[in-house]
Write a protein that binds this ligand. Structure first.
Ligand SMILES: NC(=O)c1ccc[n+]([C@@H]2O[C@H](COP(=O)([O-])OP(=O)(O)OC[C@H]3O[C@@H](n4cnc5c(N)ncnc54)[C@H](OP(=O)(O)O)[C@@H]3O)[C@@H](O)[C@H]2O)c1
Length: 296
């Protein structure tokens, strides 16, 4: 990054900050001076990361929220607790994500990949938007994947009940991240809050494959130890998320997709206005909010 960001007195919330790309992002934001709250299910790992954050951010603080974002109630509780404790939020990084070899449903009875990767960021962002707008300039960054390019939004079977295929479910959820962000950016126009997506690239050394098939885990395990030109280290992968989240170079940049550390072109379907609007309305129905609650 050409200019080192100064995030002193700024507050960031990073979901999936207990591991991998989210952990690396949280630590870097702390290094830039931000107070950082992280969200994850694993308390032990989370506590360790919170301590690492505290060791880096001078006068800033670190907080751990333990909860499963698969549950709408948990997302609501997280937002309520955060709002109770804080009067500002400068940066929301929707990074928690999952890849499920087998179809499973959340406590709310929704297919887990769609719920965790798309509906949780959709709901959390809605719930924290007033705080973000009050803190503007502020940024919302959602971690997507290059695999969004293979995705398609199957409105007839969003939850993949008929024919579950892990890669199709994952790619759909990551395309949903890009479509959601595009619509969010449009709705936030003029508020000073920007919305972007970041593709970290292929980072096989994270814990991301924990719910993948044995074959998938073995393949990625192998990829993580071989010096392959198409893989990235956690630090390299997180760099794109961090740049989208904090680089002064991108002040005011909104509605964009970042890849390899810079603004890039997302897939054709991610630019489809009809799909974008329809997904927004359907998602609002899933999480039980008005599709118009984000009109500024
Ligand atoms: N690794 C890659 O090659 C790659 C490529 C493109 C995009 N991505 C994206 O990068 C993001 C981070 O993945 P990663 O590779 O860093 O994997 P990771 O090491 O497995 O990290 C995933 C994070 O998400 C959290 N998480 C997962 N499910 C959750 C849930 N239901 N509720 C709350 N937190 C949850 C995990 O926390 P706990 O375990 O504590 O719950 C963990 O902190 C994901 O959105 C993924 O789609 C990864």
């Amino acid at each position: 990054m050409s200019t080192k960001p100064d995030l002193r007195n700024q507050v960031a919330l990073v979901t999936g900050g207990t591991s991998g790309i989210g952990r690396e992002t949280a630590l870097k934001l702390a290094e830039y001076g931000a107070s950082v709250a992280i969200v994850g299910r694993n308390r032990k790992r989370g506590r360790k990361v919170a301590k690492e954050i505290e060791a880096r951010n001078g006068d800033g603080w670190a907080e751990l929220y333990v909860g499963d974002l698969a549950s709408k109630d948990n997302v609501r509780n997280l937002a309520a607790e955060f709002e109770d404790r804080h009067d500002r939020l400068d940066l929301l990084v929707n990074n928690a994500g999952t890849f499920r070899h087998q179809r499973s449903e959340t406590v709310d009875g929704i297919e887990a990949t769609f719920a965790i990767n798309h509906l949780a960021p959709f709901l959390l962002t809605h719930l924290l938007i007033d705080l973000l707008v009050e803190s503007a300039p502020a940024r919302v960054v959602t971690t997507t994947s290059e695999l969004h390019e293979n995705g398609t939004i199957d409105f007839a079977d969003l939850e993949r009940e008929r024919d579950y295929e892990d890669m199709a479910a994952y790619s759909q959820s990551k395309l949903a991240n890009v479509l959601f962000t595009d619509e969010l950016a449009r709705r936030l126009d003029g508020t000073g809050v920007t919305a972007t997506t970041a593709n970290p690239g292929f980072v096989p050394e994270t814990a991301f494959t924990r719910e993948a098939s044995i074959r998938g885990r073995l393949t990625l395990g192998l990829f993580s130890i071989l010096p392959l030109p198409f893989t990235k280290s956690v630090e390299e992968g997180a760099e794109t998320v961090i740049r989208a989240a904090a680089s002064p170079e991108y002040d005011g940049v909104t509605g964009e997709y970042f890849s390899d550390g810079d603004v890039a072109e997302s897939s054709d379907e991610s630019h489809d206005a009809e799909v974008r609007k329809r997904l927004w309305d359907v998602s609002a129905g899933f999480v039980g909010i008005s599709p118009d609650s984000l009109d500024f």
